[in-house]
Design a protein around this ligand. Sequence first.
Ligand SMILES: [Zn+2]
Length: 423
Amino acid sequence: MVARRIQAFKFELVPNGAQQRDMRRFAGARRFVYNKALALQIERREQGDKKLGYAALCALLTAWRNSAETPWLAESPIHTLQQGLKDLERAYQNFFEGRAEFPTFKKKGRGEGFRYPDPKQIKLDNANGRISLPKLGWLRYRKSRDVLGDVRNVTVSLHAGKYVASIQTRREVEVPVLTGEAIGIDMGVARFATFSDGTHVEPLNSFKPLEAALAKAQRQMSHKVKFSNNWKKAKARVQHIQARIGDVRNDFLHQTSTPISKNHAVVVVEDLQLRNMSKSAAGTSETPGKNVRAKSGLNKSILDQGWGEFRRQLVYKLAWNGGHLIAVPPQNTSRECPECHHVSPENRRTQARFHCVACGFEAHADHVGAINILSRGMKILRDEGQDTAGAPAGCESTAQIACEVSGARGRQQQEPAEETVSE
Ligand SMILES: [Zn+2]
């Protein structure tokens, strides 16, 4: 089967001094445009006016670039500034659809960057590890591999004193035929992941000392005179630790998700509404969440461990290998006995042990969860596998995934869930 693969190739850029200054200016101009447009939208909202659309904002952007007040905006590539407006539109969209908080103003030095959306203006020299970008010219990058496929866009990000280009490409690939078994995963705090075969992955504990170091560095920074040399040094230290935490977490998630997606045709997870969980813990200003402190601690560790990112990696890595991710409703996965199917909170008197009050079955509670998650996924495969030919690989949403299982059907019928989950 042939599928379209979209992939990002990331490299550290090696800019000269003038290019570094230009990139910081472009990022600053993009932040300025984003914040100016956001301020305008907020003002309109307060006056009861309708929100401006993307086209109207682009017209304003042209006026700002021609204005005597902000002539420096014209020194940035127009596309990167328009992309800033597009990002604001997306932030509003995410807010309206309940996926994110209301857009906030961008602060200097926090996740800065800019994006070139037009492949016609980008030249890539794979052989020499160079890329040409509008108003920057040719830039060298630390080449670790060839970029595959047709370039679609390039995002430059400034992070902890480094300049990173993420080159997104598209290409046709041959997707291999499904191999390997199905597996269920129970995600947790005490154990990062427990599998239906009884194995598990410990949480990322090496992250905790870094977290302490980060808190210390942030405290030190807060005691310095703002913008002084010592403050800048302390700030660089904070950014360095933040980047290190991100690297450690990403390595961990990739090391965990890669073998799972290589060795399994079907992976079943719980459809945890992670964002809803963290939202309900914080509560709103009128009705603060119950046990805010205890819950936000838990949610923090959930988010720290990157469950959402882990799931995202599983989705695309499985798609690359011709497999599928299925998300099942989480209700009672930790309370149902996998042997006799008796459902009771009594089955789980402690966090770690499962002991069925009806039949006496005993196991680690997370292992039971993973078994139940797998059998629910297998049920979806059996129920919906009949009439879903030709669904595309790599769908991300649960609804789409449920209708995307046609490829796995034949194999699953030969391999019933009971055999797969036996200990
Ligand atoms: Zn039982």
